[in-house]
Write a protein of this length. Structure first.
Length: 250
């Protein structure tokens, strides 16, 4: 069998597929290396991009996983890896490229009555993982900033921003963007309670493109007597008034 090295693009695509399979199966890299009769060092270096996969190595990994890592017919994985996994909606980058960008994120404050909490959410395509990801920044409570994956299933018509850290979940369920690019929805997360207690909480949330607020939107806690408040509060009210979400009364 040829020991031809794969290209950098193919290497990234195959690494992404292997990571996805390991996560699905809760399998370690050491276990995969043993099953494929490879050294763990060889597998680690190939997956990190330090050394390209060889065709022989990929064939061993395919046998161990029972999964085709290369595209049938030409030995390339790029076309398969261009799709997000089924668990996220099987979308391609061209189909969701309009979601990429920087968003001003608004939700009610958990601690200040009528206050609005504003921060930044960046949505981008992760080439290595082959799906959209998000990352928050400009938060006052930096210890609680979130990042995670984005699901865009065709069936429901909603967009899901999901954080899963060691089994602890947080999710924003958002509408498809409006004409101005705004997405309205519901955030299900945890609120700090007494002491170390965390309590489940659900609140309206809005993601609005930066372009609607100039180059430097205001972040942090926005109180009713501050200049940005009317515009921010108007967006949050749309969640319930139009309605994009339903909050069941007590």
């Amino acid at each position: 069998m040829s020991d031809e090295d794969l290209s950098a693009e193919e290497n990234r695509a195959i690494s992404g597929l292997i990571r996805e399979e390991l996560a699905k199966r809760r399998m370690t890299r050491a276990a995969l290396a043993e099953d494929a009769r490879l050294s763990l060092s060889t597998l680690e270096k190939a997956m990190s991009g330090q050394r390209p996969f060889t065709l022989a190595t990929v064939v061993r990994l395919e046998t161990a996983l029972g999964l085709k890592l290369r595209r049938a017919g030409n030995g390339h994985a790029a076309a398969e890896a261009a799709l997000a996994p089924d668990t996220l909606g099987s979308y391609s980058r061209p189909a969701v490229k309009w979601l990429e960008g920087s968003y001003l994120t608004l939700r009610p404050s958990f601690s200040v009555s009528k206050g609005i909490y504003a921060y930044r959410t960046e949505i981008r395509w992760d080439v290595e993982l082959s799906h959209l990801v998000f990352q928050e920044s400009e938060r006052l409570d930096t210890a609680y900033k979130q990042d995670g994956v984005i699901a865009v299933p065709h069936q429901s018509g909603y967009i899901y921003l999901v954080t899963n850290k060691h089994g602890q979940h947080r999710m924003a369920t958002l509408s498809r963007p409006m004409i101005g690019g705004e997405m309205f929805g519901l955030l299900a997360t945890l609120q700090s309670g007494k002491g170390a207690t965390l309590m489940p909480i659900a609140v309206p949330i809005v993601l609005a493109p930066f372009r609607a607020f100039g180059a430097n939107p205001r972040f942090g806690l926005i109180k009713p007597d501050e200049g940005e408040y009317p515009a921010y509060e108007k967006l949050l009210r749309r969640c319930i008034n139009e309605p994009f979400i339903i909050l069941q009364p007590e």
